[in-house]
Design a protein around this ligand. Sequence first.
Ligand SMILES: C[S@@+](CC[C@H](N)C(=O)[O-])C[C@H]1O[C@@H](n2cnc3c(N)ncnc32)[C@H](O)[C@@H]1O
Length: 226
Amino acid sequence: MRGGEQDLRAGLKALQLELTDSQVGQLLDYQDLIGKWTKVYNLTAVRDPVEMMTHHLLDSLAAVPPLRRHLRKTGQEQGACLLDVGSGAGLPGVVIAICCPEVAVTCVDTVAKKAAFIKQAALALKLPNLSGLHARVETITTLFDVICSRAFASLADFTQWSGDALASHGVWMAMKGKQPAEELASLPPTVEVFHVEQLQVPGLDAERCIVWMRCKSAAAGLDQQG
Ligand SMILES: C[S@@+](CC[C@H](N)C(=O)[O-])C[C@H]1O[C@@H](n2cnc3c(N)ncnc32)[C@H](O)[C@@H]1O
């Protein structure tokens, strides 16, 4: 077995996330690639491989089952477009691109070396559904079905800055630690929180959740359609 593979497979089992051997290999290759680039470009503060597995890979993998459930429920299992805002080294965007080959993932970051790393990861890991974009999210007007973020900004800033990129039926998926009561209370009236989902990350003794949001006007339209 490769370094980290046993922990990864145990984590996937705990998450009840079934992946092919090839996807498991891509995740391990991705972890190695982050390690190599971080030595030169300081992509992430987490350098210890064990911590990298729990804090980054398994934490991002924990978001995959909820995402798959959302796509299945909304009939978007094939061909959905997802934007990962402030994706840094590609968390969770690259992990999602590996686990969900049918989803087109764009990772955007203001830092050029981080966007360059995503482009390199797409080539090295053979992920045709992954692209890296060097831009501020506020400038993006292409529409996405799901806009996600992890360790990014307050919910209010995240939804405001990426609002022009959300399709009318689209949703925001914000990965957070403890349920962010103050941030939830500070959201503008145009944003509706329709679900706060607790996450259990194997090996991580910390509260994690996903805050699912959508535009209120869009939600009213969906309700009218029944
Ligand atoms: C704390 S890092 C989180 C990285 C990654 N999502 C993770 O969980 O490890 C936040 C990232 O957001 C990027 N960022 C900050 N403001 C941004 C903006 N307006 N548009 C796009 N990216 C931005 C930063 O360059 C940084 O890489």
